[in-house]
Design a binder for this molecule. Structure first.
Ligand code: SF4
Length: 314
């Protein structure tokens, strides 16, 4: 199948220029949970740190920064789900709908035992839902609070008895991966773009290669994953982009599903409130028919026909 919505190279470069302008005005008050590119690079050079093991700690009293909690999500993993959104994110996506989650201390401090109590009260709604429910931790990016998220997942599995799902962009440190993944049943991995140059343009602070290393890590641990892919007209739905996305997916043995997420502008007002410039232009929201067409294209290019592709429009 042929797709016809490619931006010319010049048009894509226009995005690059605008992005550069935006980078100059990133984190509010000059703050950033990671300290930006330089610090990230430096972190990777440090000696390997032993992972945090919640079973050897007072994990119920572990405290973290929380953006919000929702008791009945249905799109972030199988079945009905308890959703925990934490603050802190090393990525700076140009279309982020929650820039208020970027900095850790913008969150409210909560302990794992408060969350466990809430989830336990609603457990029947999760465990008996179609597909089997559980808890999902999203953000921000949960990898930015490894001890808290691993303690939360550990408590959910051991004390509450619920399935755990991690929604992430797959960045962060090896320490964060080693700390959280042993307590994770399913990963929702947001692939911002399958092409290294465009990945950097969209995320501004992160590299595709790092996300691919994370993907290898979850494969190595045999953790099933769902791909989350934001469709933006002309920016992520180029035919070549979709072919490259399939190439990544076709290398995986644990991929179960691809969810297409239509780009939207619901978070635009938050950028303004934070004094940040929202650079996304007009005409970028895909129509339902386009999402269906892309889903069909992916289905025809995936080698594993058991991988479900959800257009979000059917
Ligand atoms: S990874 Fe998520 S929270 Fe972080 S900048 Fe991107 S969209 Fe926003």
């Amino acid at each position: 199948m042929k797709l016809n919505n490619n931006l010319s190279l010049n048009q894509r470069c226009l995005f690059s220029n605008k992005t550069t302008l935006l980078e100059e005005s990133k984190c509010q008050n000059g703050e950033c949970s990671t300290g930006g590119k330089k610090k990230l690079g430096a972190k990777r050079l440090t000696k390997k740190k032993a992972p945090f093991d919640p079973s050897k700690t007072d994990y119920m009293n572990c405290e973290g920064y929380v953006h919000s909690v929702e008791s009945m999500g249905s799109l972030e993993g199988p079945g009905n789900r308890f959703l925990l959104f934490v603050t802190g994110c090393p990525v700076r996506c140009i279309y982020c709908e929650n820039p208020d989650t970027w900095v850790n201390k913008n969150g409210t401090k909560m302990r794992v035992n408060e969350l466990a109590k809430k989830a336990k009260n609603l457990k029947p709604y999760y465990e008996f839902s179609v597909g089997g429910g559980g808890v999902t931790c999203s953000g921000g990016d949960p990898l930015s609070q490894p001890e808290f998220v691993s303690s939360f997942f550990y408590a959910m599995k051991k004390d509450v008895g619920l399935h755990t799902c991690l929604e992430t962009s797959g960045q962060g440190s090896q320490y964060a991966w080693d700390t959280i993944l042993p307590h994770t049943d399913l990963v929702l991995l947001c692939i911002k773009h399958p092409n290294a140059k465009m990945y950097k343009e969209i995320t501004r602070t992160c590299e595709l290669d790092r996300m691919l290393e994370f993907l290898k890590e979850i494969e190595k641990r045999n953790i099933p994953w769902w791909c989350r892919y934001v469709v933006i007209n002309g920016l992520t739905d180029n035919e070549q982009d979709l072919i490259e996305l399939c190439e990544i997916c076709n290398k995986s043995k644990t991929l179960q599903r691809i969810d297409l997420l239509a780009y939207h502008t619901l978070g635009e007002h938050k950028w303004k409130e934070l004094g940040l410039k929202y650079i996304m232009g007009e005409g970028l929201i895909p129509k339902k028919d386009r999402l269906k067409e892309i889903a069909e294209f992916l289905r025809s290019h995936l080698t594993n026909k058991n991988v479900e592709v959800n257009s979000g429009a059917e």
